[in-house]
Write a protein of this length. Structure first.
Length: 78
């Protein structure tokens, strides 16, 4: 897959429904992180709302979600 993220292993099928559940969840958290950072950049949400999203994330994905938030924040230059 072109532009595949560093957290996804090579060789995953193009059909995301065939991915293991863990990778499907990680992709969803990555997309949510990107959207939250975009909303912060556009001033459509607050940092407090982002903290609430982090707190609402299950423990086993919380560190990953924070990493992706930081990744997208650095991309945006915030």
């Amino acid at each position: 897959m072109a532009g595949q993220s560093d957290y996804l292993p090579p060789g995953l099928p193009f059909n995301r429904a065939q991915w293991p559940q863990e990778y499907q969840a990680k992709e969803q958290y990555d997309m949510r992180a990107a959207a939250l950072v975009r909303q912060l950049f556009e001033r459509k949400t607050t940092r407090a709302a982002v903290v609430q999203q982090i707190d609402a994330t299950p423990d086993n994905y919380r560190d990953f979600f924070r990493e992706r938030l930081n990744f997208w924040r650095e991309k945006r230059g915030l």
